[in-house]
Design a protein. Structure first.
Length: 196
């Protein structure tokens, strides 16, 4: 009963951080207005997701999806973090890379005290005009204390399946998965996972 789901396709320790970025995103008209993004979170999250220079200029999907600065920049620019944001075009996008450089990350003793029960993130967005906008997230959407709804889970499934399954097939698969306990033949479910 304490199982969590990642809402976004990125490292677990950046889930609350990206959610906090999305909460302040509508406070600015454009990412160009952002002077700096200040993040305070757990020291483990900082070490794993922002502890290496490559996190500020990821060259591969594997580095990018474990880069707190990169995923925050993507969230602020695009309003979401999806699989497509780890493609070559986004990895080389000058706007994303420039905003990534304006992200500052530090460890927080308060967040460390809350680990592993919560993944506390305090985020402050500072605009070029000097205005500040803040968000605090303890439990990301998908954490067992802030669960995703069935509609949220279904939307995530459909977005991930869209690259490999036609909508009709993913719809049938989803229906079977929602009713897994009544399945007479799990082989049918396996067959539905074969890429179109």
């Amino acid at each position: 009963m304490e199982c969590s789901i990642k809402r976004f396709p990125l490292g677990l320790y950046s889930q609350t951080v990206v959610q906090a970025a999305l909460e302040v995103r509508d406070k600015v008209r454009s990412a160009d207005e952002i002077a700096e993004v200040q993040i305070s979170t757990g020291s483990t999250a900082v070490r794993l997701m922002a502890g290496d220079p490559e996190k500020w200029g990821p060259a591969t999907r594997e580095t990018a999806d474990h880069s707190m600065p990169y995923t925050v920049a993507v969230a602020l620019i695009h309003g979401m973090v999806e699989e497509r944001h780890f493609d070559e075009a986004c990895l080389r996008d000058p706007k994303v890379l420039a905003l990534t450089q304006r992200v500052k990350v530090q460890a927080s003793k308060a967040a460390d005290r809350r680990m592993p029960e919560a993944m506390l993130c305090d985020l402050k967005l500072v605009t070029r005009s000097g205005a500040t906008h803040a968000a605090t997230v303890e439990y990301h959407k998908g954490h067992w204390k802030n669960p995703m709804s069935d509609a949220d889970v279904e939307a995530k499934f459909r977005s991930l399946a869209a690259n490999v399954l036609k909508p009709a097939r993913s719809g049938r698969l989803l229906e079977r998965l929602w009713n897994l306990e009544g399945a007479a033949d799990t082989g049918e479910i396996i067959q539905l996972t074969v890429a179109d």
